[in-house]
Write a protein that binds this ligand. Structure first.
Ligand SMILES: Nc1ncnc2c1ncn2[C@@H]1O[C@H](COP(=O)(O)OP(=O)(O)OP(=O)(O)O)[C@@H](O)[C@H]1O
Ligand SMILES: [Ca+2]
Ligand SMILES: [Ca+2]
Length: 607
């Protein structure tokens, strides 16, 4: 079971056209996170926050906020107690508006070491680290003497793992400087996983600090009771509160201003080999109350390092924002881009793309349902905005845009001279290209000739970031220099350098822009486009003229790295044209994918 919204039984019973009547207090039925108990009603008030914002109707609280006081379950009323005041909101609204997101319960259970039967919607393997253990080592090696250096002020926010206060430096050069301190009680660290998470949160903040859209990290302290993370104080409040105070809807331009900042910092994290894993509007703060204030990513508590070809498998994040592949336990940086897609959807229409009353219901929707782009206000939004969100919310992570690509999308790319960061995907694809057979390279080259202006825009940008020489070519040296320019300590952890070594096939050669396009185009992404068939047919015609040649089945099998156990004549029969022994269209498309022997084996079994 998950969060409940009073008696908002069906997704159809809300009205998107309602005026965002601000409410300070809202009563909704909810269930305590991480515990399998039945729903309890919570009355919430965020007025004790320094930047209190009005609530959107149906605002549902996160039980993690201790500022909320509990009330008896009987006071839950329809539509959060405000149904009679604005009855029109029923029957029309497609989804409830955003509210604070809750962490996935399996994750919390694992971190608190309390997995009870049937509690987690997706069972986690409970290893030694996930069990609450007495006598855990809770020393982090952080500085001591927090209280002698800082005078702690008012609480400005609270999450599941800690609370955040303002603080003032007592002495030294920056005497009086206001900072934010996230206090994480050691008493809450009951498992090895929880301790490791705090260690990694600080390590990642330390490694990434410096980006304009990432909260500035100053230092970390500890004493017997707490860990203290000292950061820049963001006084503009959470993005979630701004969404709510605007009635859940942003103009396209305002949404773009937010999106561009989010994509920028996430592209930066991904290049460094860090995946955030908890992107949601609560984890972006504005530096000031100003409308055009800068946005900062915070809360790297669930973040991790990921090597370029590695897949992570622990289920982490917040239900509304979690990517399908995370639920399938095999994911990488693309999972963050999905969460950005959910945020983009909410910004543009004020509703969540995937909604259900229970956690498992949300997971089902994430895995199976297609978000609505037909309900209001979608018909009145630009086709570019819709395409942008759809390509972030592609269920297949290989078809999803990367953060850098999203900054090159026609919806965003003309926004205020965006500087698109280097995309780690480029290096992954070059690596795969260099390992390909000459036949596959020829096929990719043919496909690259069919790229459109939009697709070339991104590739041109990436190519110029690698600073080609006078002849318009790049070498391994260019790639090294470009990465060094962008490298932070995080890169050492995620071992991008090691990955670079794997590009050593480039050592004695250079690549011009044409070859770069062939190397870095993503076949999977092109396949996700409506015009894929056209692309592929057109590319096949070019390949016929230039690259196609007679090939015997055994040679093709070896090109594809098929082992002797594969019945190649049966499997590859349709891939070779019997009239002249050259690749058929089917064979061409398979070759473009660089079909793995595993998929061919499964193909063989299916026959
Ligand atoms: N640098 C900051 N300046 C101002 N407020 C902050 C800052 N960092 C955090 N906060 C506030 O404190 C809240 C909790 O911080 P944070 O999200 O890091 O905690 P958490 O316990 O990890 O939360 P969660 O439950 O989302 O995992 C934030 O949502 C925000 O409102
Ligand atoms: Ca948070
Ligand atoms: Ca957190």
């Amino acid at each position: 079971m998950g969060i409940c919204y009073g008696k908002l039984a069906s997704p159809e019973n809300h009205d998107p056209s309602l005026s965002p009547t601000p409410k300070k207090k809202e009563e909704v039925s909810t269930k305590k996170e991480g515990e399998g108990e039945p729903g309890v009603t919570v009355a919430e008030e965020r007025t004790s926050k320094p930047w209190t914002s009005p609530f959107f109707p149906f605002y549902s609280p996160s039980p993690a906020h201790s500022l909320f006081s509990k009330k008896s379950p009987s006071v839950a009323s329809e539509g959060g107690g405000s149904a009679t005041a604005t009855p029109r909101r029923f029957f029309k609204r497609p989804f409830p508006p955003p509210s604070p997101a809750k962490h996935i319960r399996a994750l919390l259970a694992r971190r608190h070491g309390s997995v009870k039967p049937n509690e987690a919607a997706i069972p986690e393997d409970e290893g030694e680290e996930g069990r609450a253990v007495a006598g855990l080592d809770k020393s982090f090696g952080f500085s001591k003497g927090f209280t002698s250096k800082y005078e702690i002020g008012e609480e400005v926010g609270r999450g599941h793992f800690g609370y955040t206060c303002t603080a003032k430096l007592k002495k030294g050069e920056s005497n009086g400087q206001q900072v934010a301190v996230k206090v994480i009680p050691k008493a809450k660290m009951t498992t090895a996983i929880a301790i490791e998470d705090v260690r990694r949160e600080v390590k990642i903040l330390r490694a990434l600090t410096g980006h304009n859209n990432l909260v500035h990290f100053y230092d970390a302290y500890e004493d017997n009771d707490n860990v203290y993370i000292i950061m820049e104080l963001c006084e503009g409040g959470e993005l979630l509160d701004r969404i709510l105070s605007r009635g859940g809807k942003y103009s396209e331009d305002d949404a773009k201003a937010v999106m561009v900042q989010i994509l920028n910092v996430v592209a930066f994290c991904h290049l460094q080999g860090v995946v955030h894993r908890d992107l949601k509007p609560e984890n972006f703060l504005f530096t000031s109350k100003d409308e055009n204030s800068q946005l900062k990513a915070i809360d790297f508590g669930l973040s991790d390092f990921v090597k370029p070809d590695e897949r992570l498998n622990d289920i982490v994040g917040s239900a509304y924002y979690v990517a399908p592949e995370v639920l399938h336990r095999s994911y990488s940086t693309e999972a963050d881009v999905w969460s950005i897609g959910v945020i983009a959807y909410i910004l543009l229409c004020g509703s969540r793309p995937f909604w259900a009353r229970t956690e498992s219901g949300i997971f089902r929707a994430v895995l199976k349902a297609d978000p609505s782009f037909t309900e209001l206000p979608w018909p009145s939004l630009s086709p570019e905005a819709k395409d942008f969100v759809k390509r972030l919310l592609s269920k297949d992570p290989r078809r999803r845009m990367t953060a850098s690509q999203a900054l090159c999308h026609p919806w965003t790319r003309n926004y205020n001279d965006i500087k698109v960061p280097l995309d780690i995907l480029i290096f992954r694809l070059i690596k795969a290209y260099l390992r390909s057979s000459s036949l596959r390279k020829a096929a990719l080259r043919a496909l690259s000739k069919t790229l459109t202006v939009d697709e070339l825009f991104y590739l041109k940008g990436q190519f110029s970031l690698l600073e080609p020489n006078k002849n318009g070519c790049i070498t391994l040296e260019n790639i090294k220099l470009a990465l060094m320019k962008n490298a932070t300590d995080a890169m050492k952890e995620s071992r991008v350098q090691e990955f670079l070594l794997s590009l050593s096939a480039l050592q004695y050669r250079r690549m011009d822009f044409d070859e770069f396009c062939a190397a870095t185009l993503s076949v999977h992404q092109l396949e996700g486009l409506d015009r894929w068939e056209q692309h592929a047919r057109c590319a096949y015609e070019l390949f016929e003229k230039d690259g196609n040649r007679a090939i015997v089945i055994e040679e093709l099998a070896s090109e594809l790295g098929l082992g002797p156990s594969v019945p190649v004549h049966a499997v590859l029969h349709d891939w070779i044209r019997h009239t002249d022994g050259k690749l058929s269209f089917l064979g061409f498309v398979k070759l473009l994918h660089g079909v793995s022997s595993r998929s061919v084996q499964s193909l063989a079994k299916a026959r």
